[in-house]
Design a protein. Structure first.
Length: 151
């Protein structure tokens, strides 16, 4: 099972290093907040003038369509009070930004409840370091994807 944070999910819609791997995964496990974070990342590209208005609208529509049929592309987990409480701990313990702490907390709770290991997929170095400290196998670069024999 692969839990993807928003930095990884965005690569499904943007052509970047690692995008081919993300697109090859049949189902990503994600936090419900990834929808807004990924949408925001797409619009950031428009503000930075690396995506046209037409392109960002098209990519945002693809994300929205995937989200509506989430059982096919994603397994979405709601952010609960339990997730928020653990995220508060991680924010202090690892000095993470709020949404990064929520992503890590979400993955931690999923791993606790599932009977199989959860691989943590992110392209954020600080978040990956925290995930490793929490015992996750971290996929955080193209090199790590290849070294794990995943692509």
């Amino acid at each position: 099972m692969i839990f993807a944070d928003s930095s990884a999910l965005a690569k499904k819609y943007l052509d970047e290093i690692g995008s081919d791997f993300i697109r090859s995964v049949s189902q990503l496990h994600v936090s419900s907040l990834a929808h807004v974070e990924c949408t925001s990342a797409l619009w950031k590209r428009y503000r930075e003038k690396t995506l046209s208005l037409e392109d960002v609208r098209e990519l945002a529509a693809l994300l929205d369509a995937d989200w509506l049929k989430a059982e096919n592309a994603f397994r979405v987990y709601a952010v609960t009070e339990e997730v928020v409480a653990l995220a508060c701990i991680f924010a202090g313990k690892y000095q993470l930004r709020a949404y990064d702490a929520v992503q890590l907390a979400q993955a931690s709770i999923i791993q606790k409840r599932e009977s199989r290991s959860v691989w943590f997929l992110s392209f954020d170095k600080k978040l990956n370091k925290a995930a490793q400290r929490e015992g996750f196998i971290v996929i955080g670069s193209v090199r790590s994807i290849h070294s794990q024999g995943m692509y």
